[in-house]
Design a protein around this ligand. Structure first.
Ligand code: ARG
Length: 555
């Protein structure tokens, strides 16, 4: 409908304003009694040398009023009141025609890189990494919906001083058989033990061990490789469950042989200075960025620098997004400023997309103290709870296993994504699985409800539909229309919660409508109601897909 308004206005204003100008000026009135959309004429006053009110009057006299209930002047505004039936029909026909492509943008031909998930080898996949994984995955889907191509990279934490610690701990206390039986659990125990007993000399041993690893010592390398392979196996099982695939698993170790070049360039540009034996780059308004330690060992930041150069050359992206917790904000500010100081324009295309913490009983979860909620356990528990629920309420359901998986996993993902990413979130299995709350299962349930309506009475494709538009129905239409703008905003603000909140609202207004309407009543409007149901189902499903969540047909 907005397109119709633009088109009609342009017809009257022939060549005096551009499509873009009209589009930008149009606004949604604050109150419903002021119409569905309004065109302010204040900007035109100078050009036309008339008062905004007079301009509004003149345009309104000339404009074609078909498809509108009325068009009124109010001050300097032209208020358009849609003819609800033609409006609703245009919504339905668009969605039925475009289906899951509704809201998709044409390909931009451009590419972005998204760095997300990135768990650390030999450490469990924590709920904290889950945040990066699901936010990153949703952003990737949203970017593609907006027409960009994506490269999905899991920047595995497979290098760094922690491997020195682990090698020392394994050699002191580790048992091969135990590690083989349950690799990550056992490696975590060793890591925790190291931190419990670590003193000056043990820490020194660990530093030496890491240095040997960096120098290619074969025993150290062999242990490291083994830790890495076993860990990846466990991670992959989780990604399968979450339905997540990466284009690349090039982690930190991949850049070992690519750092020297960056260090040399820094030297060449006279940016490296010595500070207490270490090499650093001095920065404005923040502590210096550490590039090389006293013993020559490189750091996390050095690897991120090498990584950025590699990706810019290999993928030529218009931007790189790093979905990493906000506790690393300083790290990203620092090394990105180093790139800027090296004189690269593209430093402004590197974006840290931070997020808040996952809390348990209001406190941070930490790996070092072994106080940690494991994603694998959480998913298992969520799926089991859903399974029990199905056995109680719907024991004859087909594909129980698959449904329990979709609902359990979906609940965990949705709980994370419905919050603005920078907010800390409290971990609560009970809240995630509440079928009546603001949850994934609630949305999935709404979708399944529509499927069962349409199964009883499929919509007739070739029969034209008559619509009877009461207030409940109208809110559903206006909500459906929002979808394309929601997709755009979610990308602009790199914020999947915009989509999650949207889909909750769509489910809510639909359920309200459902509660007040006999959808299957065999009257003249039946097919119109079925068409609306079908459209809601399409948009619910597509929104959930963007969030990385499945929608089973029944549950
Ligand atoms: N492995 C790191 C961690 O768990 C996150 C890596 C994020 N990506 C990056 N390019 N620094 O803290």
């Amino acid at each position: 409908m907005e397109n119709i308004v633009i088109e009609r206005l342009l017809k009257v204003l022939k060549g005096k304003v551009s499509v873009q100008e009209v589009e930008n000026l149009l606004e949604k009135p604050k109150y419903e009694y002021l119409g569905d959309i309004a065109f302010p004429c204040f900007m035109l006053a100078k050009q036309f040398r008339k008062s905004p009110h007079l301009i509004a009057e003149e345009i309104t006299q000339q404009i074609d009023k078909k498809d509108f209930e009325k068009i009124e002047v109010q001050g300097g505004y032209i208020n358009f009141f849609y003819d609800k039936e033609s409006y609703a029909k245009s919504v339905i026909s668009t969605i039925l025609k475009e289906r899951e492509k509704y809201g998709s943008k044409r390909s931009t031909g451009q590419q972005i890189v998204i760095d997300y998930s990135s768990p650390n080898i030999a450490k469990p996949f924590s709920m904290g990494h889950l945040r990066s994984t699901v936010i990153g995955q949703a952003l990737t889907n949203i970017a593609e919906k907006n027409g960009d191509k994506t490269v999905r990279i899991n920047h595995l934490g497979d290098w760094g001083t922690q491997f020195g610690k682990l090698i020392v701990a394994y050699k002191k206390w580790g048992l091969k058989e135990r590690v083989e039986a349950s690799p990550i659990e056992e490696l975590l125990k060793l890591y925790v033990k190291f931190h419990e007993v670590a003193d000056e000399s043990l820490n020194n041993e660990a530093r030496v061990a890491f240095k040997m690893l960096e120098n290619g010592d074969s025993e150290a390398l062999q242990l490291w490789r083994w830790f890495r392979e076993e860990s990846i196996k466990e991670f992959m099982a989780l990604y399968d469950l979450l339905n997540i695939h990466f284009d690349s698993l090039a982690g930190e170790s991949f850049y070992n042989d690519k750092m020297q070049q960056v260090v040399e360039e820094l030297e060449g540009k006279r940016l490296l200075v010595e500070s207490e034996g270490a090499d650093v780059v001095e920065l404005e308004n923040m502590p210096p960025c550490l590039i090389k330690k006293k013993d020559g060992a490189t750091l996390y930041a050095t690897r991120d620098l090498a990584t950025a150069f590699y990706r810019m050359i290999k993928y030529q992206p218009k931007a790189i997004y790093y979905v990493v917790g906000n506790e690393q904000s300083l790290h990203f500010k620092q090394w990105i400023q180093v790139v800027e100081k090296m004189g690269y324009e593209w430093s402004k295309n590197l974006h840290h997309v931070p997020f808040g913490m996952m809390l348990k009983d209001g406190k941070k979860m930490s790996t070092r103290k072994g106080k940690i909620v494991l994603l694998a356990n959480v998913l298992e528990e969520a799926i089991d709870t859903v399974k029990q629920n199905i056995e109680e309420k719907n024991p004859t359901l087909e594909n129980k296993e698959a449904v329990a998986k979709a609902v359990g996993v979906g609940a965990v993902i949705f709980h994370d994504l419905k919050n603005f990413r920078l907010n800390d979130i409290e971990f609560s299995l009970q809240e995630m699985l509440n079928f009546e709350g603001e949850t994934g299962p609630y949305v999935q349930y709404t979708f399944a409800r529509i499927q069962s309506i349409l199964e009883k009475q499929p919509m007739e494709k070739n029969i034209s539909y008559k619509l009877e538009i009461n207030d409940y129905e109208w809110t559903v239409y206006t909500q459906l229309v929002e979808f394309p703008a929601v997709i755009e905003r979610a990308y602009e603000l790199t914020d999947p919660s915009i989509v999650a909140k949207y889909v909750l609202k769509l489910a809510r207004v639909f359920n309200k409508y459902y509660g007040h309407t006999k959808i299957l009543e065999p009257d003249d409007f039946l097919n119109g109601r079925l068409a609306l149901c079908e459209c809601v189902a399409i948009v619910l499903k597509e929104s959930m897909r963007l969030l990385g969540i499945e929608t089973p047909k029944s549950m």
